[in-house]
Design a protein around this ligand. Structure first.
Ligand SMILES: [Zn+2]
Length: 199
């Protein structure tokens, strides 16, 4: 069976059997969490279970590597919208060990594109029109420093609601164990101490 048909026929049974009922509006309080994490397939079920996130608890924003690079890009827009319009009030950026974005080399990716039939002309044309493949397709060497960089971008965003805690963490994609990289409460406390000193 083709993947789409497989999904559609499962879905029909899911709805008919009312399997959705257990996900409708649980009595668990809405935790108002905004999570930015990686699209890695091992995290699909593991991450919510390991963090005790249930339906209604969190906005989960995913991309390759849990990387936020652009203050006015897509991911940051989702974070801002979640905080202002969707009742989010705290952000966790969660990278993971053994991430596919570790050591991604733009040159190799472009080579793979050409092997799959993308013409050199297209690559050249995009390059000439300002697409910086080195920047756009680059991964990271170290997950901890990548999480730190993404956290910095969010913490320093000019439109971040003041007082929003932004935490950085790393999850183990096998055990689900979390490692704290940076604590958003401590950061905010240090900021307010610093501004008290300036007064
Ligand atoms: Zn990953």
């Amino acid at each position: 069976m083709r993947k789409l048909d497989e999904v559609l026929s499962f879905n029909q049974a899911f709805v008919e059997n009312k399997d959705y009922e257990k996900y409708v509006n649980t009595n668990a309080p809405d935790r108002r969490l905004v999570v930015v994490t990686c699209m890695d397939t091992r995290l699909t079920e593991l991450l919510p279970k390991a963090l005790n996130i249930r339906n209604g608890d969190a906005k989960i924003i995913k991309n390759a590597g849990a990387i936020i690079t652009a203050p006015f890009g897509n991911i940051m827009r989702s974070v801002i919208v979640a905080l202002y319009e969707l009742k989010g009030d705290e952000v966790m950026i969660i990278g993971h060990h053994d991430c596919g974005m570790t050591g991604i080399d733009p040159k190799i990716v472009v080579g793979h594109m050409m092997n799959r039939g993308i013409r050199q002309d297209t690559i050249r044309m995009l390059h000439n029109s300002g697409v910086d493949f080195n920047r756009w397709l680059t991964g990271f060497e170290n997950v901890k420093s990548s999480v730190e960089k993404s956290v910095e971008i969010v913490r320093n965003h000019p439109l971040l609601p003041p007082g929003t805690p932004i935490h950085g963490l790393i999850i183990d994609p096998v055990t689900g164990a979390l490692e704290l990289v940076t604590d958003g409460y401590e950061y905010l406390a240090a900021q307010s101490d610093a501004s008290a000193l300036l007064e």
